[in-house]
Write a protein that binds this ligand. Sequence first.
Ligand SMILES: C[S@@+](CC[C@H](N)C(=O)[O-])C[C@H]1O[C@@H](n2cnc3c(N)ncnc32)[C@H](O)[C@@H]1O
Length: 310
Amino acid sequence: MSAHVPVMASEMLDWLEPRPGGVYIDGTFGAGGYSRAILRAADCRVFAIDRDPSTRVFAERLEQEFPGRFVWILGNFADMCALAAMHGVHEVDGIVLDIGVSSMQFDQAERGFSFRQDGPLDMRMSQQGASAADIVNTASESELADIFYYYGEEKAARRIAHAIVAARALAPITRTQRLAAVIRGAIGGKPQKTDTATRSFQGLRIYVNREFEELENGLKAAESLLAPGGRLIVVSFHSLEDRMVKRFTHSRCGKLGETSRHRPDRPANAESPRFFLPRPEKRTAGDAELAANPRARSATMRMMIRGGAA
Ligand SMILES: C[S@@+](CC[C@H](N)C(=O)[O-])C[C@H]1O[C@@H](n2cnc3c(N)ncnc32)[C@H](O)[C@@H]1O
């Protein structure tokens, strides 16, 4: 398995400023690059969540390296309040979310995220629930078109959906490369620099893993777990996700005219924390990282800080 190189780890530390005695949540543990960086930076504790059971192997290494300071939890970051509470944690000093798929997931043909190598059409991060093949072979033509259009921003969504329905009538589509060939055939034209199946695969992956819904719920959960002065840092790789994060942080910081007092997800009589944005409010990878890690090109990091620090 190729190692996952964490993106913008030094920028994350610079914004998080881990402190001795602090408690942090790494909501997207992956290969543990962020968790390790935080644990090395200060004598603090990290509770790391990942919905992919295959990340356990990386957690075992950190448990040995940082005894008593690191806990790995199998689960969804949208459930982080309940997951943290199970460990007696009700407030934290910082939360990091490095969302999307890891290069380990992407590079393993049998996980079915990529059409570069042939594999079963799976794409499930949690290895549970409906797979990409289930969706591709059972969704209606208009549902498929919506998935490619809304989650993949694919203009040829209707043509692709039509071609899939015709192809699956001959035989179920169960392999990544067959799906890619059907998509390329529907789009037609000369080969492009970026494979024409890329957007549709991305849309399908986002749909299979409910990535937008989980992000929305994860942001709300994170907001309610932050202690005064606590920081929420989110790295996204997709313009639609970054837009969601931006809308959320702006709304919590009063930038859209909506202050935290009006949030519907807190009881009306609860104390209303106020949040602040850093300046600049977003960061991208530096030149050296961009040259070394192509994944960093599409990364955008945003943060919001809960007010009322002691
Ligand atoms: C980009 S990788 C994170 C890499 C990590 N920062 C590192 O340093 O190795 C994203 C990880 O988040 C996990 N993930 C994505 N969405 C999740 C969710 N809603 N809940 C929990 N884990 C999630 C994926 O399974 C994947 O392992």
